[in-house]
Design a protein around this ligand. Sequence first.
Ligand SMILES: NC(=O)c1ccc[n+]([C@@H]2O[C@H](COP(=O)([O-])OP(=O)(O)OC[C@H]3O[C@@H](n4cnc5c(N)ncnc54)[C@H](O)[C@@H]3O)[C@@H](O)[C@H]2O)c1
Length: 249
Amino acid sequence: MSAFDNKICLITGAGSGIGRAMAVGFAKAGARVVVCDVNEERARRTAADIGAAALAVTADIGDEAAVTALVGTAIDAYGRIDVLCNNAGIMDTMALPADITLAEWERVLRVNLTGTFLVTHAVLPHLLRQGGGAIVNTASEAGIRGGAAGAAYTASKHGVVGLTKSVAWAHAKDGIRCNAILPGPTMTGIADGAGFDPAGAARLGPVLALGERLAQPEQMADAALFLASDAASFINGAIVPVDGGWSAA
Ligand SMILES: NC(=O)c1ccc[n+]([C@@H]2O[C@H](COP(=O)([O-])OP(=O)(O)OC[C@H]3O[C@@H](n4cnc5c(N)ncnc54)[C@H](O)[C@@H]3O)[C@@H](O)[C@H]2O)c1
């Protein structure tokens, strides 16, 4: 028996980086995986690489109707959802509170926080009906620190941490666990097309230097697999840095 045999995992942002590593990792551990990404080509590629155990679904997690369709597709295909990894997220431009525009604020909050909420909100009724399940949210070091990103990303990831605790507190009695990982700087495509202006790019350098070394996406996936597994059966509401010791300094 593998840890996730017969389990159904829904992973957002699974077309690239950490989410892709999660999808591959859960599939290797026996799960069937719903590979969600806003980018159709990326979702298809991850699912094709996994094979028959994966189902690609294109959805924007910031769009309520798309999220309803996403969860409906997963339930139609598999009848249940055992693990939800709210992983999709976007970087901000590293703009500081005095400089950020409302458009930038709303763009980032819509995906990182509202999107995480929408998918959680749509999946919870199924976890309640089934009598339990596990949620792993991908927050960030910027979810507990003020100097790891710009204002919008920092606020959005603090929000993800708060939502994680709210779900854990509200649904512990229902057999639902909700935890978050806080990745340190990780080798993914998240900075591509983030739209850093020169000042934003200059601010990112020291943040990355603080991380000292970049993690591989699989190191984040390993932590998510553990938190979603029965080995973590009494871990609920935990906010887990996965940063090689960066936040310990
Ligand atoms: N890479 C890092 O250094 C780092 C550090 C801390 C936290 N994180 C977090 O890790 C998570 C994954 O990021 P990554 O680094 O793997 O980035 P990535 O850009 O490689 O992958 C993110 C994926 O999410 C998808 N996505 C973006 N918006 C979406 C939406 N609205 N709906 C559905 N899918 C969407 C993208 O198309 C992409 O495939 C994010 O939440 C990010 O904030 C990353």
